[in-house]
Write a protein that binds this ligand. Structure first.
Ligand code: G1P
Length: 289
């Protein structure tokens, strides 16, 4: 089993980040000096993924422009000796082979993934949700790929979340297999308290077998009237092996304002241009509080 392809669903309306996302796709909002989606594409590329399909909608064309070459700008940067900027602009366009398909209708995550069927064909593939940005030593999706390849199985990336917030995610029924890896026998999306299997929730990373498409094709709408990927996984894990990986790394939910600010501050603290300055700025601010 070799994972070479990834799918990034990016067709959401960004309603949690309005009004900024009225005309700018939420995936294009900058986290320090790069748009949010670039972090996701970099993670996939660092994990050895070559081909990436982004599932978009009619309001997201800024994304394909971003990952394209821009000859006029590049010539200008070259002429004015802005080598660092030129390298960065080119690097973004060369990260991977990026393909796009539109979801056309907003019918849920499961429906967005189903749109990737022709791109994926008959091989396992990774899914990286655009809102979930990771900071880790080993790319989180790589941790999943290794488990999926070792177990010849689908793999979902989980972490423990508080029982008070699990209803925002999904809950996974797990049985330990080895350190940080579990067997999965059921899942439930946005669980009510009596439905919770465990406090392990999927946080935005998956490696799936193409078997998911047969399941998604016949799925009826679930939570919120949408085709839920989690409902598809709940069926898939009863037909095929599925493991959960308690991944190492910090996850930011950049689809909401607080998560977005957390990621911005953490990334800016690590950034060579802003790190020192920001730490001093925050210290001074904290003194004045
Ligand atoms: C989606 C998934 C959910 C998952 C969450 C975080 O929910 O449906 O199972 O736990 O992402 O990755 P959403 O954030 O779209 O409500």
């Amino acid at each position: 089993m070799k994972v070479r392809k990834a799918v990034i669903p990016a067709a959401g309306l960004g309603t949690r980040m309005l009004p900024a996302t009225k005309t700018v796709p939420k995936e294009m909002l900058p986290l320090v000096d790069k748009p949010a989606i670039q972090y996701i594409i970099e993670e996939a590329a660092a994990a050895g993924i070559e081909d990436i399909l982004v599932v978009t909608n009619r309001a997201k064309s800024a994304m394909d422009d971003y990952f394209d070459y821009y000859p006029e700008l590049e010539t200008r940067l070259l002429q004015s000796g802005k080598d660092r900027e030129l390298t960065e602009v080119r690097r973004a366009a060369d990260l991977a082979n990026i393909f796009y398909v539109r979801q056309k209708e907003t019918k849920g995550l499961g429906h967005a993934i189903w749109r990737a069927k022709r791109f994926v064909g008959d091989e396992p593939f990774a899914v990286l949700l655009g809102d979930d940005i990771m900071r880790s030593k080993k790319p989180v999706v790589k941790q999943l790929i290794e488990a999926a390849e070792r177990y010849e199985a689908s793999a979902v990336g989980v972490q423990q979340v508080g029982l008070d917030v699990i209803s925002k995610y999904c809950s996974v029924k797990v049985k330990p297999l080895e350190e940080r890896i579990f067997d999965v026998s059921d899942l439930v999306e946005k669980p009510r308290p009596e439905q919770v299997f465990s406090n392990y929730a999927i946080l935005g990373r998956y490696v799936l077998t193409p078997g998911i498409f047969d399941v998604l094709e016949n799925l009826t709408p679930g939570y919120g009237g949408e085709i839920q990927l989690t409902d598809g996984l709940s069926e898939l894990c009863k037909k095929e092996k599925m493991v959960a990986v308690d991944f190492e790394g910090k996850r930011y939910d950049t689809g909401n304002l607080k998560g977005f600010l957390e990621a911005t501050i953490d990334f800016a603290m690590d950034h060579p241009e802003t790190g020192k300055w920001l730490k001093r700025f925050l210290k001074d601010k904290a003194k004045a509080l």
